[in-house]
Design a protein around this ligand. Structure first.
Ligand SMILES: [Ca+2]
Length: 123
Protein backbone atom coordinates (compact mmCIF):
# COMPACT_ATOMS: atom_id res chain seq x y z
CA UNK A 1 0.00 0.00 0.00
CA UNK A 2 1.28 3.44 -0.82
CA UNK A 3 -0.84 6.40 0.09
CA UNK A 4 0.38 9.36 -1.95
CA UNK A 5 -2.00 12.22 -1.31
CA UNK A 6 0.62 14.87 -1.88
CA UNK A 7 2.00 13.52 -5.12
CA UNK A 8 5.68 13.11 -5.71
CA UNK A 9 7.78 12.67 -2.60
CA UNK A 10 10.99 14.51 -3.30
CA UNK A 11 14.02 15.64 -1.41
CA UNK A 12 16.06 18.58 -2.64
CA UNK A 13 19.05 19.98 -0.82
CA UNK A 14 18.13 21.71 2.40
CA UNK A 15 18.89 25.40 2.88
CA UNK A 16 19.51 26.87 6.35
CA UNK A 17 16.46 26.86 8.59
CA UNK A 18 15.83 27.75 12.24
CA UNK A 19 15.75 24.97 14.83
CA UNK A 20 12.48 23.03 14.87
CA UNK A 21 9.68 24.86 16.69
CA UNK A 22 6.46 23.21 15.49
CA UNK A 23 5.62 19.52 15.30
CA UNK A 24 2.36 17.83 14.29
CA UNK A 25 1.10 14.42 13.30
CA UNK A 26 -0.83 15.35 10.16
CA UNK A 27 -2.43 12.37 8.43
CA UNK A 28 -2.94 8.69 9.22
CA UNK A 29 -4.01 5.94 6.83
CA UNK A 30 -4.08 2.17 7.06
CA UNK A 31 -5.16 -1.07 5.47
CA UNK A 32 -8.46 -0.88 7.35
CA UNK A 33 -9.02 2.77 6.42
CA UNK A 34 -7.12 3.26 3.12
CA UNK A 35 -7.42 7.05 2.96
CA UNK A 36 -5.56 9.88 4.67
CA UNK A 37 -7.44 10.80 7.84
CA UNK A 38 -6.70 14.40 8.83
CA UNK A 39 -5.66 14.46 12.49
CA UNK A 40 -3.91 17.85 12.38
CA UNK A 41 -4.47 20.20 15.31
CA UNK A 42 -5.80 19.53 18.79
CA UNK A 43 -7.25 16.11 17.95
CA UNK A 44 -5.91 13.39 20.28
CA UNK A 45 -7.43 10.30 18.66
CA UNK A 46 -8.31 9.16 15.19
CA UNK A 47 -12.03 9.11 14.36
CA UNK A 48 -11.64 6.25 11.90
CA UNK A 49 -10.86 2.68 12.89
CA UNK A 50 -7.39 1.78 11.61
CA UNK A 51 -5.47 -1.48 11.46
CA UNK A 52 -3.10 -3.61 9.45
CA UNK A 53 -0.39 -1.57 7.78
CA UNK A 54 -0.43 1.94 9.23
CA UNK A 55 1.04 5.01 7.53
CA UNK A 56 1.40 8.53 8.86
CA UNK A 57 2.70 11.90 7.83
CA UNK A 58 4.10 14.47 10.19
CA UNK A 59 5.17 18.06 9.63
CA UNK A 60 8.10 19.70 11.38
CA UNK A 61 8.62 23.44 10.95
CA UNK A 62 12.26 24.35 11.46
CA UNK A 63 15.07 21.84 11.24
CA UNK A 64 15.80 18.87 13.45
CA UNK A 65 17.91 15.78 12.79
CA UNK A 66 16.44 13.92 15.78
CA UNK A 67 12.85 13.24 14.75
CA UNK A 68 11.31 9.85 15.52
CA UNK A 69 7.72 8.70 15.10
CA UNK A 70 6.82 5.73 17.28
CA UNK A 71 3.80 3.43 17.22
CA UNK A 72 3.13 1.31 20.28
CA UNK A 73 6.57 2.36 21.48
CA UNK A 74 8.52 1.19 18.43
CA UNK A 75 9.99 3.52 15.80
CA UNK A 76 8.04 3.58 12.52
CA UNK A 77 9.98 3.26 9.24
CA UNK A 78 10.68 6.51 7.40
CA UNK A 79 9.99 6.15 3.67
CA UNK A 80 9.75 9.67 2.35
CA UNK A 81 10.71 13.28 3.01
CA UNK A 82 9.20 16.33 1.35
CA UNK A 83 10.90 19.70 1.72
CA UNK A 84 8.53 22.66 2.04
CA UNK A 85 9.06 26.37 1.46
CA UNK A 86 6.09 27.70 3.41
CA UNK A 87 6.52 31.40 2.63
CA UNK A 88 7.88 31.06 -0.90
CA UNK A 89 11.16 32.85 -0.23
CA UNK A 90 13.33 30.10 -1.66
CA UNK A 91 14.48 28.81 1.73
CA UNK A 92 13.20 25.49 3.01
CA UNK A 93 11.25 26.06 6.26
CA UNK A 94 9.59 22.74 7.00
CA UNK A 95 9.71 19.05 6.30
CA UNK A 96 6.96 16.48 5.85
CA UNK A 97 8.00 12.95 6.78
CA UNK A 98 6.21 9.76 5.68
CA UNK A 99 6.26 6.73 7.97
CA UNK A 100 4.93 3.19 7.83
CA UNK A 101 4.59 0.29 10.23
CA UNK A 102 2.05 -2.31 11.22
CA UNK A 103 0.24 -3.16 14.35
CA UNK A 104 -3.02 -3.02 16.25
CA UNK A 105 -4.46 0.09 17.83
CA UNK A 106 -2.20 2.16 19.99
CA UNK A 107 -0.43 5.40 20.61
CA UNK A 108 1.60 7.19 17.98
CA UNK A 109 4.15 9.66 19.32
CA UNK A 110 6.19 12.31 17.54
CA UNK A 111 9.47 12.68 19.43
CA UNK A 112 12.24 15.21 18.89
CA UNK A 113 15.50 14.65 20.77
CA UNK A 114 13.71 12.49 23.34
CA UNK A 115 10.88 14.96 23.98
CA UNK A 116 7.31 14.02 23.01
CA UNK A 117 5.88 16.78 20.81
CA UNK A 118 2.58 15.23 19.68
CA UNK A 119 0.62 12.13 20.63
CA UNK A 120 -2.23 10.48 18.73
CA UNK A 121 -4.29 7.48 19.73
CA UNK A 122 -4.91 5.34 16.65
CA UNK A 123 -8.08 3.35 17.17
CA1 LIG B 1 10.75 29.85 3.17
Amino acid sequence: MALMLFGLVCNVSAAPAPAAYFWEIEYIGSTDYPYWEDVFGSQTSTVQNHGGTVEATIIVVGYSSNIVLTYNGSPMSLYGVQDMDLDGDGTIDAWRYYYISSGPSGYMQLIDSGVVKDTMFVQ
